[in-house]
Unconditional design. Structure first.
Length: 157
């Protein structure tokens, strides 16, 4: 299955949805290539829109999980607000294509990279292409977490 290079939305269609619009996001290997130690990302983008033609305000939320090469999984969440101005494209945060659709993929990538950078700033590990170095305290915590998960799987029911 080919990964999606675009996440198109139509602001008018989104206005008619009460609870926003949750869209799956697929990131290509190229998208993930700058995220050291990340093998895969599972994510979805939630879009809430307000306003009326020609100016819309979008609240965009990206939620998901980083899956690292060492098997560790870290959940993340990030959000931003964007403006779409149909009369003045230069005043828009998101560009329109010839079919009057707006591509959220660049926004999703920006949120993904921001979430990764925030997580790495708060991390006690050093991630390279070849290995992940963690502190002794982090190692013991991960080891304990693994045994706890193993024990949960093998409890008598």
């Amino acid at each position: 299955m080919k990964k999606l290079d675009h996440i198109y939305i139509d602001p008018i269609n989104l206005l008619h949805k009460k609870d926003g619009d949750v869209l799956p996001v697929e990131f290509t290997d190229k998208d993930l290539s700058i995220l050291k130690g990340v093998n895969k990302v599972e994510a979805e983008i939630d879009v809430h829109i307000s306003g009326a033609s020609p100016i819309y305000e979008l609240s965009i939320y990206l939620d998901g999980k980083f899956i690292f090469s060492d098997g560790r999984i870290e959940e993340f969440s990030d959000d931003c607000d964007c403006i779409i101005n149909e009369e003045d494209p230069s005043a828009s945060d998101i560009n329109c294509d010839k079919n009057r659709l707006y591509d959220l993929k660049p926004v999703a990538l920006a949120l993904l990279y921001d979430a990764y950078n925030s997580m790495m700033e708060n991390s006690e590990s050093i991630i390279t292409d070849d290995y992940i170095l963690v502190s002794e305290e982090e190692h013991q915590k991960r080891k304990s977490d693994l045994f706890a998960e193993y024990n949960k799987l093998h409890e008598d029911k």
